[in-house]
Design a protein around this ligand. Structure first.
Ligand code: CU
Length: 168
């Protein structure tokens, strides 16, 4: 019985010793890792703190990049139908912002794009100040503030729905 107890005690001590050995090994390993990462490269994938900062930086950059992309969004007017009859209303419910670019795609021998004022937009006639685009692939960046009105000035086209108004 006494022998058994002693054996048990010595066995227990052996078990107790093991974690302390592991701990010291871990500590010396961590010290090596810290010194290593300070001196040389960050080739320490097991070190959580070592990878935490670069990971956060990457995430921050990704967020910044995503925000930039959102601010410079391109909108193809009329989607795959392009700048066409009955396109009016395409713009409804879209979060178009200043800095975004409207892309008007159309056959330049059939249509054009004219940026007009509110009165001309409503009456479908170009009488006030306007700017005309005729390339068939017009990229128009929206300036800040207020509404931008676009119509096709060819006879009857605006009346058939070739008109949009966006708030930037
Ligand atoms: Cu037209």
């Amino acid at each position: 019985m006494i022998l058994a107890d002693r054996l048990y005690i010595s066995y227990e001590k052996e078990i107790e010793r093991k974690p302390s050995l592991e701990e010291s090994t871990t500590i010396s390993f961590l010290v090596l890792v810290i010194f290593g990462s300070n001196k040389k490269s960050r080739a320490t994938p097991s070190m959580a703190q070592g990878t935490m900062v670069p990971t956060l930086l990457v995430l921050l950059l990704a967020v910044c990049y995503a925000t930039t992309v959102v601010h410079a969004k391109e909108w193809t007017v009329g989607d795959n139908k392009g700048w066409s009859f009955r396109v009016s209303g395409w713009e409804r419910g879209k979060h178009i912002q200043s800095g975004d670019v409207l892309v008007f795609k159309y056959n330049p021998s059939m249509h054009n794009v004219v940026q007009v004022g509110k009165g001309d937009y409503n009456s479908c006639r170009v009488s006030g100040p306007s700017r005309t685009y005729t390339s068939g692939n017009d990229h128009i960046q929206l300036a800040r503030g207020g509404k931008a009105f676009f119509i096709c000035s060819l006879p009857g086209h605006c009346q058939q729905g070739m008109k949009i108004v966006v708030t930037a």
